[in-house]
Ligand binder design. Structure first.
Ligand code: ADP
Ligand code: MG
Length: 270
């Protein structure tokens, strides 16, 4: 089967990252095809700050937080995501004998997106404002053919969340939703969102299973970071993905235990 895995920036390079993550991935890869998507927002913010470009974040009325991406920021974002972080992952995979191919959404027009011309944001006092969307976008096309060629030949694509706009500018796209869109387009059986917490918690308790029919009403109760994942899960399932698993990449055998429902939150159609 095809498994799309998103590795959260929160676990990339984390000191407590599971040493079993890559061996586990290798094991799962022996029986399945895998596509990786990575995040890395925190690192972008750190490097931007070192370059003297403090990052600004905006929050939508629905509670989604995003980087305000002006021209200078998209340059730094591309450099860190498609450069440093992407190559770090490729190196780590190759070191353990996995044929990994790093790609941004710009390469081979892998990801195309519509630029968000205007976005609505809420300030600290809850007042809504409409601002220019900058270099952010919403994916509307995946080059599935290119991905098929890569996976059929035994390579693991490692994808950075950058997409090509209609005007051929790079756009910052959300990594969770990128993974969901890729999984949906390629009819993946599973989408795994690996993060730094056990899964979705509600009222202080881990939710082992969230039926698809409950997702919409649950969204307003979920905080930043996780809300994007649950929303992405909903989008993936709407596009026909069998099951979405949200779990911790810091645990033992994070991929195989998620697939076996031994940890995390399972979101599925029924
Ligand atoms: P990633 O880099 O993996 O995308 P994020 O920080 O964006 O990580 O998202 C994961 C975070 O979401 C968790 O560390 C947690 O603090 C936060 N979060 C907010 N609401 C919830 C919730 N209801 N259940 C679990 N985590 C939540
Ligand atoms: Mg996140």
């Amino acid at each position: 089967m095809l498994v799309v895995i998103k590795i959260g920036g929160s676990i990339l390079g984390a000191e407590d990252a599971s040493p079993e993550l890559i061996p586990d991935l290798k094991n799962v890869l022996s029986k399945n095809k895998i596509i990786l998507v990575h995040g890395g927002g925190k690192e972008v913010t750190e490097i931007a700050s070192k370059l003297g470009k403090e990052q600004e974040f905006v929050v939508s009325p629905e509670g989604f937080r995003s980087r305000y991406t002006d021209k200078e920021t998209i340059g730094i974002y591309t450099m860190v995501m498609a450069g440093r972080l992407n190559k770090q992952i490729v190196l780590a995979l190759q070191k353990q004998g996995i044929q990994a191919m790093g790609l941004s959404g710009l390469d081979g027009l892998l990801l195309r997106a519509e630029r968000k011309k205007r976005i609505t944001v809420v300030d600290e006092r809850g007042r809504k404002r409409i601002i220019d969307g900058g270099y952010t976008g919403k994916i509307n096309e995946v080059n599935a053919n290119l991905l098929r060629v890569i996976i059929e030949n035994g390579y693991v694509p490692v994808i950075s969340p950058i997409a090509m706009s209609e005007e051929f500018d790079p756009l910052n796209v959300d990594a969770d939703r990128t993974a969901a869109y890729i999984a949906g387009t390629l009819h993946a059986e599973k989408l795994i969102l690996l993060t730094d917490v056990q899964g979705l918690t509600l009222d202080g308790k881990l939710v082992p299973k969230l039926p698809f029919s409950d997702v919409k009403e649950t969204l307003p109760k979920i905080g930043r970071g996780m809300i994007t994942k649950v929303y992405a899960a909903m989008e993936a399932i709407n596009q026909g993905v069998g099951e979405v698993l949200i779990s911790s990449g810091l645990e033992k055998l994070p991929i195989s235990s998620s697939l076996n429902h031994e940890c995390g939150t399972v979101i599925s159609r029924e």
